[in-house]
Design a protein. Structure first.
Length: 263
């Protein structure tokens, strides 16, 4: 299937590895022009070179720290300068340290609010108006299944990701008539550094091991295994496609059936 992404211009945040990288890979395979962002220029340059080899029309790496609002302004401006505009915005970032609800502190709440809520909204507000003027755009938030069913030991993530989901659901209704779709792409347990960190934290609390906790995670999933990043990114490419133009304000889960809710 031709997804109609050849020559489309994408900014993928947090794309030096993990889930952001998997979406960037899928967009590159469809011929999109891509800017990837992260905190390490050498890593981003390597990713950009690999994306071009994989089929990207062009690829650039721009250093930006999602914890700094001013970096979001600069990233938006530099991405537009590199690509000539941004048609597809993938909002992605690292997650907070695992904790239970009683361990959430004021300092952690403020710090991670900036990264999970304020900065993504800031860069989206900078780029979405031009999408609406062009009558075409895609905004994808890489979220978490905890936005629908809270995940034990990820209380801070559950709390703040619910806020960005509320923002997206609201804005998607405002932008839909202008041809801009906005969706959450929610992973379950995908083999990334984040999953290993959570397993390590769970092991520390339970007195077990990282390996035991990863095995327990797999056993909780109907598919019987932890997913791979290569199984995640293509769904992002589809949500960015021409064919997905009637999907908006939705949360699409890639979780091996882990979330059992019918809603």
């Amino acid at each position: 299937m031709d997804l109609g992404l050849k020559g489309k211009r994408a900014l993928v945040m947090g794309a030096s590895k993990g889930l952001g990288r998997s979406v960037a890979d899928a967009l590159a395979a469809e011929g999109a022009a891509i800017v990837v962002s992260g905190r390490n220029q050498a890593a981003l340059d390597k990713v950009a070179a690999e994306l071009k080899t994989a089929g990207a029309a062009s690829a650039y790496g721009i250093v930006a720290d999602v914890a700094k609002g001013e970096d979001m302004d600069r990233l938006a401006d530099e991405a537009v300068a590199k690509l000539g505009g941004v048609d597809i915005l993938v909002l992605n970032h690292g997650g907070p340290t695992p904790c239970v609800a009683s361990e959430i502190t004021d300092a952690a709440l403020r710090t991670w609010f900036e990264q999970i809520v304020a900065s993504p909204i800031r860069i989206a507000n900078r780029l979405i108006p031009a999408m609406r003027q062009r009558k075409w755009g895609r905004v994808i938030v890489i979220g978490s299944s905890g936005m629908q069913t809270p995940i034990p030991n990820l209380a801070l993530s559950n709390t703040l990701r619910a806020a960005i989901w509320g923002w997206l659901k609201t804005y998607s209704g405002e932008a839909a008539a202008d041809g801009v779709t906005m969706n959450v792409l929610a992973p379950g347990s995908i083999q990334t550094d984040r999953i290993v960190e959570n397993a390590r934290s769970r092991a520390g609390k339970a007195g077990t091991s990282e390996e035991v906790e990863l095995r327990k995670m797999a056993e909780e999933i109907p598919a019987g295994r932890i997913g791979q990043p290569s199984e995640f990114g293509p769904t992002g490419a589809f949500l960015a496609s021409e064919q997905a133009g009637y999907i908006t304000g939705s949360m699409i889960r890639v979780d091996g059936g882990r979330v059992r809710s019918m809603l």
